[in-house]
Design a protein around this ligand. Structure first.
Ligand SMILES: *Cc1c(COP(=O)(O)O)cnc(C)c1O
Length: 324
């Protein structure tokens, strides 16, 4: 059990560090979505955040806290997704070196984007090698500070600034829906909700194929599962983080699941009605409202749209199946 009790104050401090660096992303509404659900929906659009996802917030906040020795040695992480780009970009803005451990079979586009942001990419074989072991070894050899994708207090506090901005714009809400992978975004946003809208119900949304978070919350301890098969690649985790669960168990009310088919329909909805590209994982929270998994009738509802990084060909392929 982590010994640090994270609080909303950590989110406020993160917001000060992020001021001027992160975008204050738009909060959009859709009368079609309101008519369809009977609720009043506010979409916090982190697909318009720098590098295309909320991950910039946590990565930048963690690096901004580095001391001189940490800055001189640089930052290290492992990720095949948005956290890789978030660390590479944040490191470049801070003027420090970054090394990203990525699987050999990571999408070429993501490897390319990470390199373009100035990150040094070290590849490993995900079937025979352990990325956490490589991370520990490299951080020892090079003295670099490891900033993991979600299980870190500074990452959680940074992600919470997304919900802080949302509540500042909408005022108190009845329900807040947040996607759940390792729990960085959900834990941070729950801290903001508890402070800024105490009566708001905070609900995490994860893919049906991997409901480890739901099982963990019900059981009161972290449940591990096999790598879930889902199109929500940002939520393909086997268990929530320890720091994350410490917050989730005290600040989150419920965790629900949505199917891949519902995610695809939500992607199509965003493209057609709201004219925006949202990646599959970014659709989790909205899918729960649009498909009635959570009843939002008569409620004021915040929805975290977490990211928009999806290969265009893949996007077209998925959306084509939705309208059939
Ligand atoms: C990482 C990620 C998630 C999951 O976030 P966690 O903090 O791991 O729960 C959801 N959506 C997108 C777009 C992501 O990049």
């Amino acid at each position: 059990m982590p010994d640090t009790a994270l609080s909303y104050h950590d989110v406020e401090l993160a917001a000060e560090r992020l001021a001027g660096a992160a975008h204050r992303t738009p909060v959009l509404t859709s009368s079609t979505a309101d008519a369809r659900t009977g609720g009043t929906l506010f979409f916090k659009c982190e697909n318009f955040q720098r590098m295309g996802a909320f991950k910039f917030r946590g990565a930048y906040n963690a690096i901004a806290k580095f001391d001189a020795a940490q800055r001189a040695a640089g930052v290290l992480t492992y990720s095949s997704g948005n956290h890789a780009q978030a660390i590479a970009l944040s490191a470049r803005l801070a003027g420090i070196r970054s090394t990203i451990i990525m699987p050999l079979d990571a999408p070429a586009l993501k490897v390319k984007a990470t390199r373009e942001y100035g990150g040094e990419v070290v590849t490993y074989d995900r079937y025979t090698e352990d990325r956490e072991e490589i991370g520990r070894r490299l951080s020892q050899e090079r003295g670099m500070t490891l900033v993991p994708p979600y299980d870190h207090p500074d990452v959680i506090a940074g992600q919470g600034t997304a919900a802080k901005e949302l509540f500042e714009e909408t005022g108190p809400l009845d329900i807040l829906l947040v996607c759940l992978g390792g729990g960085g975004l959900l834990a941070g946003c729950a801290l903001a909700a508890r402070a800024l809208s105490p009566h708001c119900k905070v609900i995490g949304v994860e893919p049906e194929a991997g409901n480890d978070g739901q099982q963990s919350l019900r059981k009161g301890e972290i449940v591990h599962i096999a790598v879930p098969r889902t199109i929500a690649d940002g939520a393909m985790v086997t268990h929530v983080g320890a720091h994350n669960f410490e917050v989730i168990r005290r600040a989150v009310d419920e965790i629900v699941t949505v199917s891949d088919a519902q995610l695809v329909q939500t992607m199509a909805y965003f493209a057609e009605r709201m004219k925006m590209i949202v990646e599959p994982t970014g659709c989790l929270a909205a899918a729960a409202a649009l498909h009635g998994v959570v009843d939002v009738k008569g409620k004021r509802v915040g929805i975290l749209v977490s990211g928009g990084n999806v290969d265009l060909a893949r996007f077209a392929e998925l959306v084509a199946t939705a309208s059939a």
